[in-house]
Design a binder for this molecule. Structure first.
Ligand SMILES: NC(=O)c1ccc[n+]([C@@H]2O[C@H](COP(=O)([O-])OP(=O)(O)OC[C@H]3O[C@@H](n4cnc5c(N)ncnc54)[C@H](OP(=O)(O)O)[C@@H]3O)[C@@H](O)[C@H]2O)c1
Length: 333
């Protein structure tokens, strides 16, 4: 199969390209090539999707399958469809569970179709428009290649090469040991999908020409179980889990979910809808659930490669954690 990956140098798209190469497919990656190398055996075509007409270099080429991971840009999606959509045999668009209008409860009601979002969106507005841009992008894919379209809406993605620093925070933190601050919300729902399992399903679906729209994530877990399981896999003997009440964390300026001074995966109730999706249709269509041990090992390898004392995009610094533990009441988990 001739597979075009629009990306291929970083996280999910890198895993898709690597899986395609492993299966003996002819894999072409279209990216700037600045975030990392494409997997060995794949060919990089340098494009900058911010530059109008850049993907036209691919026009006229025929691909059996295309995988587009465009995160936050409707024009990227539209231009790729215009360049190679007409002749592509199968088209995967990687969307997100954030497309749902109500992020607090798991409904299946889509946002109303949107007008074309603006090309320029201020950085501080990105989170607000993320789901809306994905809806517009999904609709562009359906309009152009509807009968060949495979729309994948992942939940939190975990495992190797995760650039968000979220799941990796917990793996690296437990591996360091000592007293680990955790949010005292053990029954909070949480869902994630391993990047290798997701990539495998995307390549399987391209081979099998699976079409349709799927929420793509794992089973609903409880945060307490997930964190304890990660700790059991990597924490040295004597590690303690010190649970601090959510109100105390919020009062001390700790953010849930992601970003600086945060406890990743701690979800505010406004996010419960994106961590309680019914993904059984995806499992029925072949999305596998990888045992946690493999995901954790891959995340730990990534953390060690990147350096666990680096400045993180998400989590607490050791200094922040120590100050919070010194100040706030806590109970042992
Ligand atoms: N991470 C999550 O937990 C999560 C959850 C739900 C959904 N998703 C969705 O999953 C998809 C994959 O996300 P990811 O973080 O895993 O991304 P990714 O696969 O790492 O893909 C990013 C790719 O885009 C390329 N790229 C960036 N800027 C570019 C430009 N100007 N021109 C051409 N290529 C460019 C990068 O290559 P270069 O930088 O080398 O150009 C890289 O290969 C996204 O659609 C995201 O919305 C992610």
């Amino acid at each position: 199969m001739r597979l075009l990956v629009l990306g291929g140098t970083e996280f999910l798209s890198q895993a898709v390209a690597a899986d395609g190469v492993r299966r003996g497919h002819d894999v072409v990656c279209a990216a700037r090539g600045v975030t990392g190398p494409v997997p060995e055996g794949a060919r990089l075509v340098k494009v900058d999707r911010d530059a109008p007409g850049s993907v036209d270099v691919l026009a006229g080429e025929r691909f059996d399958a295309v995988v587009d991971v465009a995160k936050m840009s409707y024009p990227w999606v539209r231009d790729a469809l215009a360049a190679v959509g007409a002749t592509a045999g199968h088209w995967t668009f990687v969307s997100t569970v954030n497309v749902y209008a109500d992020t607090a409860t798991a409904t299946d009601e889509l946002l109303e179709p949107l007008a074309e979002p603006p090309a320029e969106i201020p950085d501080d507005k990105l989170a607000e428009v993320y789901g809306a841009i994905k809806v517009a992008s999904e609709n562009a894919v359906r309009d152009a290649v509807g009968d060949r379209a495979f729309i994948v809406r992942p939940g939190l993605i975990t495992g190797a090469r995760d650039a968000t620093d979220r799941f990796g925070y917990w793996v690296a933190r437990f591996a360091r040991g000592g007293r680990v601050l955790v949010p005292d919300e053990p029954a909070q729902p949480i869902q994630h999908v391993d990047v290798v399992a997701l990539a495998k399903w995307i390549v399987d679906s391209a081979e099998q020409r699976t079409t349709g729209t799927f929420d793509a994530t794992g089973p609903v877990l409880e945060l307490g179980d997930l964190l304890r399981e990660v700790a059991a896999l990597v924490a040295p003997e004597g590690t303690e889990l010190a649970a601090v009440a959510p109100a105390d964390l919020t009062g001390a300026g700790v953010n849930p979910w992601s970003g600086p001074k945060s406890l990743p995966f701690w979800a505010p109730k406004t996010h419960y809808g994106v961590v309680t999706r019914d993904a059984s249709a995806a499992w029925g269509a072949g999305l596998g659930i990888r045992p946690l041990g493999g995901t954790v090992q891959d995340a730990l390898d990534t953390e060690r490669r990147l350096g666990t004392d680096r400045e993180r995009k998400a989590g607490l610094t050791p200094g922040q954690e120590a100050a919070l533990l010194a100040d706030l009441p806590q109970r042992a988990w």
